[in-house]
Design a protein around this ligand. Sequence first.
Ligand code: MG
Ligand code: MG
Length: 267
Amino acid sequence: MINVKTDEEIKLMHESAQLVSKTLGMLAKEVKPGVTTLHLDKLAETFIRDHDAIPGFLGLYDFPNTLCMSPNAQIVHGIPNNKPLEDGDIISIDCGVIKNEFYGDHAYTFQVGDVDSDTKKLLQVTKESLYVGIAEFRMGKRVGDVGYAIQKYAEGHGYGVVRELVGHGLGRKMHEDPEMPNYGRRGRGKKFVNNMVVAIEPMINLGTRRIKQLRDGWTILTKDGKPSAHFEHNVALIDGEPKLLSTFDYIYEALNITSTEEDPFRL
Ligand code: MG
Ligand code: MG
């Protein structure tokens, strides 16, 4: 059952999501060749605790860290380690917090130094597919409309859309109803209702959509070893329209990027 939020709860969820956004913005300045993902993880944990919140992933389903850190062919759920990032890598950072009892949960794939043009294109298209999906999260539409739009956009570029992992409702629990797949059929699935909150999060592969899992029981990666990208926003349905609770503004500020992509969806 979809867990509809009060206006007050959505305000609190906005705070939670914004804290994740700020954490990612802080990390954006630190992502560079030579830095380890474990170092970034510790920075994030300290930052979150300093802002009167607790890391949302740490201990959730027994995950061992604050951040999911998934470089290159890793899609999601990578575990931070002591291996330094290298020039040309990409790193998907997924971050969650609990603040005021509500989760924030969003993700961005960063470039480390100089990234090849095929991989850069994958990042761009994956991020675009996120907004294509968000635009479908509106009154009168259904879960399948969001998935269909993301799938069509990403597959239109020849990419593989991961099936096994999906977006989700968000609230006092990290994973609430409904599941939000990044593939689907128009007009199918649950109907959207006002004051619901979801995490929309396309996971798009440069090559095959097929995945495998490492023996650590967590890390999901592409079967063909080609790169994968992951971008995630938290979105509330307010007066029939999609409104972003999270933002990439802090990342863009850190990286000197100008963008208007969030403008149609600002709260
Ligand atoms: Mg996430
Ligand atoms: Mg999520």
